[in-house]
Design a protein around this ligand. Structure first.
Ligand code: TYM
Length: 339
């Protein structure tokens, strides 16, 4: 078989267009997506069906969906190499999600940390059941493409285990249908913490001012946020799992994720230096990442028709694969095929 005919293993991942993407999304997800795109057959979706598990303004959701897709490309995803698409444009995602929902034990879903966290912030009456079923939809996303590898941040690990368990359950009940995926998290940056509260994960939906660095933050603003990041009253610049040192650890981790340097080399470089020096160095490397990304992003958004063409092509390619897998699952479950 000629080299270019050898099938590459598949990758699938996605980000919710539920806000502006952060440096956490970049380091935990996008950076890894770019790193694997030559070696794997990659499918990256904008998961708008997931976004509506929390209330969204319709016009804003539509806008954020386009912006997220543009951000994938600006971050380095090459649409000629990887497939970029919008989840809701492929009905197979919703259809398989329903089948998986019927197979997902309530106990498994109620144990999900993300469900527990998000539902704890709302009154019981107002929690949409989509928030509970969300991992079954995520499982559908992954299983439709027979993805072998799923690059995500640390907070999605549990959903990946759930996906494997559910796939195994389906395969056991109906015969081998789905591929069991493996999770891939980065060595550094799998859990970027809030700059204002380094014991909480940085999130795109948190609205306090100094919490997150957004990928589209104006550069002086991003620098200011880093300079104001919460630290501690000690002096030593070292990686540490001590919760009291979470601020410094977070800054060092962001530096490590972007620079690619080893922890030892970083600690040696900052030996004897002050927190201000560390913050300046982190700001320099974060801005070095944001600047070219923002330039590409604005070019893309100004190029009429380009993004729509990418999403149209992505939808066609993804739909063909998703529909085949859905058909197989429907047959296995016993649905009467339309004639
Ligand atoms: P979402 O939209 O919350 O986050 C998108 C990606 O960014 C990662 N991430 C982070 N990584 C490091 N530090 C942080 N502070 C941080 N915040 C977010 C997330 O781990 C994720 O990789 N359910 C998913 C989206 C999804 C998906 C999928 C992912 C839907 N279907 C199929 C993979 C495969 C989510 O809500 O991610």
């Amino acid at each position: 078989m000629a080299h270019d005919q050898i099938k590459k293993p598949r990758v699938l991942s996605g980000i919710q267009p539920s806000g502006n993407l952060t440096i956490g999304n970049y380091l935990g997800a996008l950076k890894q997506w770019v790193a694997v795109q030559q070696e794997y057959d990659c499918f990256y979706c904008v998961v708008d069906l997931h976004a509506i598990t929390m209330p969204q303004d319709p016009a804003e959701l539509r806008q954020k969906t386009r912006e997220s897709a543009a951000m994938y490309i600006a971050a380095g995803i090459d649409p000629d190499v990887s497939t970029i698409f919008v989840q809701s444009q492929i009905p197979a995602h919703s259809e398989l999600a329903w089948m998986l929902t019927c197979m997902a034990p309530l106990g498994w879903l109620q144990r999900m940390t993300q469900f527990k966290d998000k539902s704890a912030k709302q009154a019981q009456e107002s929690i949409g059941t989509g928030l509970l079923n969300y991992p079954s939809l995520m499982a559908a996303d992954i299983l439709l493409y027979h993805a072998e590898l799923v690059p995500v941040g640390d907070d999605q690990r549990q959903h990946l285990e759930f996906t494997r368990d559910l796939a195994q359950r389906f395969n056991h009940l109906y015969g081998e249908t789905f591929t069991l995926p493996s999770v891939m998290t980065p060595k550094a940056g799998a859990r970027v913490m809030g700059l204002d509260n380094p014991t909480a994960k940085m999130s795109k939906s948190e609205d306090s001012d100094n919490h997150a660095i957004f990928l589209l933050d104006e550069l002086p603003r991003a620098r200011k946020k880093i300079m104001r990041a919460v630290t501690d009253s000690r002096r030593e610049i070292r990686f540490s799992s001590d919760p009291e040192r979470a601020g410094i650890n977070n800054l060092l981790t962001i530096y490590q994720a972007i620079s690619g340097d080893s922890r030892e080399a970083i600690e040696a470089a900052f030996a004897g230096k002050g927190y201000g020096d560390l913050k300046r160095a982190v700001a320099d490397c974060v801005l070095g990442t944001l600047e070219p990304l923002q330039t590409r992003y604005h070019q893309l958004m100004n190029e009429a028709g380009y993004l729509d063409a990418v999403l149209r092509g992505g939808r066609e390619k993804a739909a063909a694969i998703a529909e085949d897998t859905l058909k197989l699952a429907q047959e296995r479950v016993g649905f009467l095929a339309a004639t």
